[in-house]
Every structure is written in C-alpha cells, then in structure tokens.
Design a protein around this ligand. Structure first.
Ligand code: BES
Ligand code: MG
Ligand code: ZN
Length: 496
C-alpha cells in the first residue's frame, strides 16, 4: 500500500517523477527552479508553443536529458484557481496515479500548489490512496507495478501538515479496508466470516465487539433478521461494535449497515443476469466496519456504535415465503409480499434494537436498498431520507466537502400509506412508484423519535467499469459514504 510522506529536503531530491500542480493563471510564470534547473528551458518552449495550457486535467510529461536525480517531470493542469475545490484535487491526482502506473514507476514526488490548505492536502492524500487501490487478491499471476511511496514537498508547518496527512491516511485506509471486504466473493464472506472480520476491530482497546447469534436473537425477538436469514445454511448474525471515546453519559451516534452477503432474492428469486453483483449487497455493513476502523484509528472523543445485521438471502426449503407474516423486534407485524425486499426487514430490526438498547443521539443507516434509487438518481448520487432537518442538513454539508454526492428525497405520510397491509401492520413492498422512498418510509416505522437518516447507496456502493465519474473509484466497491459519515462524527463530539 502506498505510503505518503512529507519531504522538506528538496535540494538533493531524487525521484522517478516530479509532479507540479499548475493553475491556468500561473502557467506563464511556470518554473521548477526551486528544485532543479534541468527542466526550465524545455518548459519555456512547451508554454510558448501552447502545448501545455494547464487546462483542468491536462498533463505534460517531460523527460530529463540532463540525466540528473530527477528522471521526469509531469505538469498537471488544475484549471481555474477560483473554480478549484478538493473534489477536483482528488480526481486530478488520481489521473497522475494512473499515469505513474502506466509508466511502471513505484514512486513520485509532488509539488503542491501555492498555499495549499488543509482540505486540499487531505483531498490529495485521499485521491492518491483511493485511486491506487485495486482488488486482485484472487489473481494468481498478477504482474503489476505497485505505487509504494509518494512524497509531498512541503517547507512550512511540517508538523501540522504531517498530522493532516496522517489523519487522511487513516480515513483512506479505512475506505480501502471496507473495499477489500465488500469485494470479497460470497463464498468467502458469509455472515459468519463478516462477524469474524469484525471481531478483529477489538484489537483497539476502546472497541468492544459482540455477535448476537440465532439463539440470542430468538430470545430478543429479532424476528425480521431471523426470517430473512433462515433460508441459508449460513446462519444470520447481528454484529455490534462499540467504540467508547467519551464518557459513559454521552449518548452514542449509531451507524447501521445492511450486510446481505449475497442476495438471490430468496423465493422471489432475481433473474440470473448480473446476479453475481449481489455480493455487493453487504456494502452498507462493510461501510460500518470502515467507519469504526476510522473512528478508532483517529482516536475520536465520541461514543460511536456500529450495528450490522448480516444474512444471506437464499431460496431453500427453510426460506421465508411471500405471504408470511413476521413479528419484528419492536412487536410490529410485517406481511412479506416479496422476499427480495429483505434489506428493509433486517435493517428495521437493527434500527429498533439500536433505539431501545442505546438511546442514540442520532442514527444513520446505509444500505444497498433499492434498484429504484438507481432509477431515480443514477450511479453517482445516493438517496437520503430522514426525520430530522438538522441531521439531514449536516450530512449534505459534509457530503459537499467529500464529493460523495447525496440528494434528499421526501418522506411524506402518503408514502407510508402505500405500505398498508390488509393482514398485518404493514407490508414490505409499496408498489412500483417511489420505490426508494417507500423503502425509507418502511424504515421510519422503526426509529421512533430518534433523529435518523437513511442513505440508499444502491447506485454508488460499487462501480461497474464506466458507470462512475471518479478516477479514485476503480472497478468494484467504492466505500461511498464512509468519508462523509466520519466527517460528521468528527464534528459532533461534546467539545464542539
Ligand atoms: N439488494 C437489492 C437492491 C439492489 C438492486 C441494489 C440492484 C443494487 C442494485 C434489494 O434487496 C432488492 O432486491 N430490492 C428490490 C425491492 C423490491 C422487491 C421492492 C428492488 O429494488 O428491486
Ligand atoms: Mg433483495
Ligand atoms: Zn438486497
């Protein structure tokens, strides 16, 4: 995995590739003379000929004929300074990472733009680490160049900048940790496997992990998770990860994530085309693991609890059926009219359990919940619903900073009407119209008055090549949502 460091000794810099970030307004005065004189004559020619204009995303590679310690220089165009933002930084530095791989080199040195602030430095680290990621644990003959090291050339405020790099590295590594789990094939990631991975988080002293198994689930009355889980030979698990970074009397923030390790649809079985992608139906739960990893790695002073209901949704002689009426943890009854609408059932139990057990100050859930969310917003924007204006507004604010696009959908009472059942308190599907919203409306029956938001990440949780716009989201799981939620948690401790 690539290590990102600060380098302040530029006079003796030795590197395969020196990257300089250039705004269009600075291109005419471009010079690398602060580091080396080798490139300046060529740079002047390149600028005079307009071969490089620093347009956003433009790249110019220059080899060093003088044969010094710096083998090549790469000019990276950032476009207009006034329109620049951290998300552009993430995407553009991702381009450089891809280029360096193409060149077969394993390190580069980066000159940040003048007066780069904290947010752009964080974005640089995230962009490098997240675009460098690839999932190839299962390829036996993979011959690829790994990026090992990136040095960022910084002269001032060394310690402060080192801290920023350190924290951004922890958050990025948490996203990568999540991607590695989310990308696992379903034969290597059953609910039990996921529980075992989770238990490892308790290596951190402030983290306690508890796994609720079948028997205990029955005594608690977690009827939703039990019903969905019973068709599989891998039994369901309810994973609870408690991080205590503050005093006992501070109410926790609870993060809940759907982890269906494979979603066949059950008896209401899905078509076989692309069914393999339903290994990604555990992404919400894997996000929770990533968030808990970041929160504990950053040693935040909040209390945070991660809850992951994990099942495999399979058709078999012991599966739950369309027509079944199940009793949920909060004693409400649900008529199952489609066994493929399983995510809301297991989440509902987990949400109700969280409200009753932990009295959270806020609950956020994440789930690959509906195909309808993709129809509504596509594959680059997640759908959000919630019952608390302040919480919703904060999540939007942080999402604007992380580049994880989130859009709020309404939860008017009339959507709840669509869930009315003639035989039980509600049914688990609300018909074709407003499919993402009726799923959210279903969940709203299980959180009481607790401030809550639901993120439907069905479109954003993974990337089939070509469907996502970002250089730093390679094929496979993205970890979408982790950076936004970690930002929310960091800004919500007692001291702030
Ligand atoms: N895991 C799926 C949702 C999904 C589908 C996510 C495609 C990403 C891509 C979920 O369990 C599901 O099957 N939902 C159904 C609900 C329907 C039966 C009301 C859906 O969206 O079709
Ligand atoms: Mg389903
Ligand atoms: Zn599902």
């Amino acid at each position: 995995m690539v290590v990102i460091e600060v380098e302040n000794n530029v006079s003796s810099l030795k590197t395969q590739l020196l990257v300089d970030c250039v705004f269009t307004d600075e291109v005419s005065s471009l010079s690398l003379s602060g580091i080396t004189l080798d490139f300046d004559p060529l740079i002047r020619e390149i600028i005079a000929s307009k071969e490089f204009n620093a347009k956003s995303g433009s790249i110019c590679l220059i080899h060093n004929n003088a044969g010094s310690n710096i083998k090549r220089a790469l000019l990276l165009g950032l476009g207009d300074k006034k329109n620049f933002n951290p998300e552009k930084m993430r995407n553009l530095i991702g381009k450089v990472v891809n280029k360096s791989k193409e060149l077969g080199i394993n390190e580069f040195a980066l000159i940040p733009f003048k007066n780069m602030d904290q947010d752009h430095l964080s974005a640089t680290v995230e962009g490098i680490k997240l675009s460098d990621y690839s999932f190839n644990n299962y390829k036996t003959d993979e011959d690829k160049t790994d990026l090992n090291q990136v040095r960022i050339l910084i002269k001032n405020d060394l310690e402060k900048n080192q801290n920023i790099i350190h924290d951004s590295t922890i958050v990025s590594d948490a996203v990568i940790f999540c991607r590695n789990l989310s990308n696992l094939p379903p034969n290597d990631c059953s609910p039990k496997d996921l529980a075992n991975f989770s238990v490892k988080l308790s290596n951190n002293q402030k983290v306690k992990v508890r796994i609720i198994e079948n028997g205990e689930m029955e005594s608690y009355g977690l009827g939703g998770i039990l019903a969905v889980g019973k068709g599989s030979s891998s039994s369901p698990k309810l994973i609870i990860i408690e991080y205590s970074g503050s005093t006992k009397n501070e109410k926790p923030i609870v993060i809940v994530g759907k982890a269906v390790t494979f979603d066949t649809g059950g008896i209401s079985i899905k078509p076989s085309e692309k069914m393999d992608e339903m290994k990604f139906d555990k992404c919400g739960g894997c996000n929770v693991l990533g968030i808990m990893k970041a929160v504990s790695g950053l040693n935040l002073d909040n209390n945070v609890i991660g809850i992951i209901p994990s099942v495999e949704n399979m058709p078999s002689g012991s599966s739950y059926r369309p027509g079944d009426i199940i009793k949920m943890y909060n004693r409400k009854t649900v008529e199952v009219l489609n066994t493929d609408a399983e995510g809301r059932i297991i989440l509902a139990d987990a949400l109700a359990f969280a409200v009753k057990t932990f009295q959270p100050k806020a609950i956020i859930d994440m789930a690959t919940l509906t195909g309808a969310a993709i129809i509504a917003l596509g594959t680059n924007v997640a759908a959000m619903m919630g019952n608390d204006k302040e919480l919703v507004t904060k999540i939007i604010e942080y999402s604007n900073q992380t580049g994880e696009k989130i859009w709020e959908l309404p939860l008017y009472d009339e959507y709840k009407e669509q869930l009315k059942s003639s035989n039980a308190d509600m049914k688990n599907i609300g018909g074709r119209s407003a499919g993402a919203i009726t799923a959210g409306a279903f969940l709203s029956n299980f959180v009481d008055e607790t401030p809550w938001v639901h993120l439907d990440i069905a479109g954003t949780a993974w990337n089939q090549e070509g469907t996502q716009e970002k250089t730093y989201n390679p094929k496979g799981a993205t970890g979408f949502g982790i950076r936004t939620i970690v930002k929310y948690i960091r800004n919500n401790n007692l001291k702030k």
